[in-house]
Design a binder for this molecule. Structure first.
Ligand code: 5GP
Length: 128
């Protein structure tokens, strides 16, 4: 089944300028902004400007130019926020939720960059 993109999702509205955001970085193909409900001292959302639903959609169908731009933007955001290992930062976690099992809230591909405190283990095992 082809990927289906909803132009009314909240990040599409942010990209159109209909909803304000606290921009961290704006490049040709990528926008990064602060999460409205931060879960850590650093919580930046990185999104492609193209109409991609999820990480797998982006990885499968984005152009090489978009993919390189996105990944270079991630590196730059890590550097700007001081979490990157290259300049002695304490590290970070990059998370992308996809679909219902991934508990994705906004159906426009985004990478969460979280850091600024110890984040604990990635996932807890279900009880039992
Ligand atoms: P998901 O669960 O889809 O991986 O994450 C969606 C994220 O988007 C959440 O962390 C949520 O706080 C954030 N978010 C939802 N609406 C807005 C908004 O209008 N502005 C910003 N900056 N973040 C939002």
């Amino acid at each position: 089944m082809p990927y289906s993109y909803d132009d009314e999702n909240i990040f599409a509205k942010i990209l159109r300028g209909d909803i304000p955001n606290k921009t961290v970085l704006d490049t040709d193909h990528t926008l990064a902004f602060e999460d409205i409900d931060p879960k850590a001292p650093v919580h930046v959302l990185v999104i492609p400007k193209g109409r991609y639903v999820s990480y797998d959609h982006f990885a499968a169908e984005a152009s090489d130019t978009e993919i390189v731009d996105f990944n270079r933007a991630v590196a730059e955001i890590c550097r700007m926020t001081g979490v990157d290992l290259g300049s002695g930062g304490a590290g970070f976690r990059a998370i992308s939720n996809a679909g219902s099992d991934g508990v994705q809230e906004v159906p426009h591909y985004h990478l969460h960059i979280l850091g600024g405190r110890p984040l604990g283990r990635m996932l807890a095992r279900p009880p039992g």
